[in-house]
Design a protein around this ligand. Structure first.
Ligand SMILES: Cc1cc2nc3c(=O)[nH]c(=O)nc-3n(C[C@H](O)[C@H](O)[C@H](O)COP(=O)(O)OP(=O)(O)OC[C@H]3O[C@@H](n4cnc5c(N)ncnc54)[C@H](O)[C@@H]3O)c2cc1C
Length: 405
């Protein structure tokens, strides 16, 4: 057997590619499966830079894939971690209306969350709110006991180990540069040499649209990278936050607004905002890549999106540059916070698919083309939902690639 020949090549060793590879190798041991990853280790991008929250499924439109994948995915994830002794903590979460004008939006979220099957949601008043979080200001809140925290890199490592134990290969330091088809086989050219595959699953996150284009696929969307910048609270200030504290978000945007997130290592993060990144993997304010920046700026959908959201975009940019504006947003939730409580800035970059009309895709987007499946939009709660997304992809692959039962 040629060791560089596979039945299925999965491009991208983030949490979704690895969850898919694990399920494929376990359910279809006859298939030779490889995960091809450009970095030297897995989970370096969205998966390794996310907030580490196991979402309960509150925000999402009932019936959407986000709602469906998140509610089942959260349970599957916790069962997976229980069986393997992977640490997580169901610390609960508050979504806080800071004044009466936010109460209708909060109540709508409560209705949505309940319709989505998020367990144990309660609408609580200011007294109970301060029993959970004594330093938070607000008039009403949703208490979600079924929200938790976890290290998604640790989860991805477990998926990767089980995938390899079931016969799959992980090929690192292999950036996919081109994909061509001949005699029904796909030739995947990488920086670590060429591979052939009968089928490809594109889980390339921030580069998913570029990988699809390598296969000649017009996806109708472009990934626009949005950096989410945050600070950590100094250890002596972490006492201001017990768990997860979120604002009522703007329903027209797929982002949740700056919030406080307790991490599984006990630290607390404040943020993230959402600013346009001029590099797909641009983790600092000065990150710039000509090709990525040009790709975004030359895309008509980007300008249509900018026309719709220019006010929000401008205020996010301002908050990114002026720390006191960032602190002011945090003070709406925790008035005692000052700039002196913050240190250790960090960032993640979200892969946000934008269509030609300028709409930000709110839901997951997974498309099939001949011999391939493409994960084109996998925003939050993608990590929480990784096991249900992988189940969906493997079911698609059974049909689409003609895999046996
Ligand atoms: C700031 C932020 C906060 C978030 N918070 C949460 C949260 O709290 N809870 C939650 O459930 N979800 C959260 N999410 C969403 C979640 O992180 C993503 O849905 C999930 O990580 C997507 O996984 P992925 O495997 O699709 O992408 P990624 O993790 O980005 O993986 C894609 C992989 O593809 C590789 N790749 C790309 N191009 C190539 C190529 N040409 N050749 C080879 N390899 C390639 C990359 O190196 C990368 O490893 C958050 C996301 C961000 C950015």
């Amino acid at each position: 057997m040629n060791s560089r020949s596979y039945d299925i090549a999965i491009i991208g060793g983030g949490i979704i590619g690895l969850a898919t590879a694990m399920r494929l190798t376990q359910e279809h041991p006859d298939q030779r499966v490889a995960v091809i990853e450009k970095e030297s280790v897995i989970a370096q991008h969205q998966t390794g830079h996310n907030s580490g929250v196991i979402h309960a499924g509150i925000y999402y439109a009932p019936g959407s894939q986000k709602a469906n994948f998140c509610s089942t995915g959260g349970k599957l994830l916790r069962d997976f971690c229980d069986e393997r002794g992977i640490e997580y903590e169901m610390c609960g979460k508050l979504i806080v209306a800071i004044d009466d004008s936010e109460v209708p939006g909060l109540e709508e979220l409560h209705r949505r969350g309940t319709a989505n099957g998020a367990e144990g949601l309660e609408l609580i008043g200011p007294e109970e709110l301060r029993e959970h979080e004594p330093h938070v200001a607000g008039v009403k809140a949703i208490w979600s006991p079924n929200t938790g925290i976890i290290d998604f890199v640790r989860v991805s490592e477990a998926y990767s180990t089980e995938m390899r134990e079931s016969g799959g290969d992980l090929i690192t330091d292999a950036e996919v540069r081109a994909i061509s088809t001949s005699n029904g086989d796909m030739r995947v050219e990488t920086t670590a040499g060429d591979f052939s595959a009968n089928n490809v699953i594109n889980c390339a996150g921030l580069h998913a649209d570029a990988v699809a284009r390598m296969m000649g696929v017009d996806t109708g969307v472009r990934i626009v990278p949005f950096r989410g910048e945050y600070f950590s609270l100094k250890p002596e200030s972490a006492r201001l936050v017990n768990g997860l504290i979120y604002p009522v978000p703007d329903p027209s945007l797929p982002f949740l607004g700056v919030h406080f997130t307790k991490r599984i290592n006990g630290s607390v993060e404040a943020g993230p905002n959402a600013v346009l990144a001029l590099k797909r993997e641009g983790y600092s304010k000065t990150s710039f890549d000509f090709g990525d920046a040009w790709g975004t700026l030359a895309y008509p959908g980007f300008w249509r999106m900018s026309m719709k959201f220019w006010k929000t975009g401008a205020s996010e940019q301002y908050r990114s540059i002026v720390k006191s504006a960032f602190v002011k947003s945090l003070q709406t939730l925790v008035p005692e916070i000052t700039g002196d409580d913050l240190h250790a800035p960090g960032a993640g970059v979200r892969a946000q698919a934008v269509d030609r009309s300028g709409a930000l895709l709110q839901d997951f987007s997974i498309a099939e083309t001949k011999g391939a499946i493409h994960v084109l939009n996998a925003p939050s709660p993608g990590a929480t939902s990784s096991l249900s997304i992988s189940r969906y992809i493997v079911d698609l692959a059974k049909e689409s690639f003609g895999l046996g039962a």
